[in-house]
Design a protein around this ligand. Sequence first.
Ligand code: KE4
Length: 425
Amino acid sequence: MTKSEALFERAVKRIPGGVNSPVRAYGAIGEAPRFIERADGCYIYDVDGNRYIDYIDSWGPMILGHNFPEIRESVVKACENGLSFGCATEIEVEMAEFICERIPHIDMVRMVNSGTEAVMSAIRAARGFTGRNKIIKFAGCYHGHSDAMLVSAGSGVMTSGVPDSAGVPKGCTQDTMTAVYNDLESVRTLIEQAPGEVAAVIVEPVGANMGVVPPSAGFLEGLRTLCDENGALLIFDEVITGFRLAFGGAAEYFGIRPDIVTYGKIIGAGMPVGAYGGRREIMEMVSPVGKVYQAGTLSGNPIAMAAGLTQLKYLYSHPEVYTNLSEKGRMLYGGMRKILEEKGIRYQLNSVESLGCVFFTDQPVVDYTSAKTSDTKAFVEYFKAMLKSGIHMAPSQFEAMFLSNAHTEEVIEETLDAVRKCLKV
Ligand code: KE4
């Protein structure tokens, strides 16, 4: 029995499913998850001493690689002053100013502790600002586990095959309407069904929780227009794409202005941080200045701010990270596409910059329905073979591969060798 197996045996007795987040449980894989001891750069090491090239990267935060020296040092230094005060601190002001002075569509920003909290709060702010209740989301998009968002969600919900969630009363989701990703007509139809009632449309500007599904040409622009025409707000859920596709996220990358944006992952550099922000008139709806209540004991925690602000400052002062990530994405995902062609395998390889994934289907994957045509058994075989080859990826077809700036050309070549060996029809 490996140490991971032994730990998992203990874990399942005291933690639901043995994990603190479902997707970690390798549920789709059917074996004990690897328990991780440490990580450094692009590598991650499990408790049995196995080293893997890591493409989970903590689901996105580790854009500079694990254990980045400046970030580690900033955390250690901040700890010397105490871990949490529950009071205002200077670094929270610095973080807010740093973001607002560099992201054009953000006049004000509020820190929270997770992407879920950021989305939940952004939706409440949108409802408070518009005085409307309906929210349009897209099947296959995952916006965290707040009740109203657990409708046709992606990520772990999609993996677990739970189309919605137990414990969510109909009352919590009756105002959540679900559209089809990349299908503007489906959004128009929902708006027409509830004229004057839609508070916001929330979208992952790049779908990354049903596998990676890029926005089709005109899709995001069309959402902007539909929202403007109908007095609804456009919420970009940039928990994954924020500070990844560009410093200004998908909004900058695609040139679309959202009314509210949500962040997570990279903004915390691995520490629990989420945030939501937008123009002043919307954000001043939020308590204590406005009537939309939202709070959090550890929001803006000084240690988390130290980590997150160090990472954002590094990304802003080293724009070459984004050109590097583009190049690494072209090398990895372009290389994977070439392998599929060489082998005559008609799987789909979707990617946007440093995000990508292979779908085990011969159909183009443009939304939740086409993503679901994937042969998840074939994915499991591929996942297991890649893990054996030292490549650590998301244990689900419906997630993304995350490249970091620490993945070198050599490491990407090594990954492509493994793909060549492991990708089979
Ligand atoms: P968190 O509450 O997990 O910090 O963020 C929720 C969330 C919101 N919006 C988007 C676009 C997200 O991708 C997420 C969380 N992403 C998943 C990975 N697909 C988190 C992994 C997990 O659930 O363990």
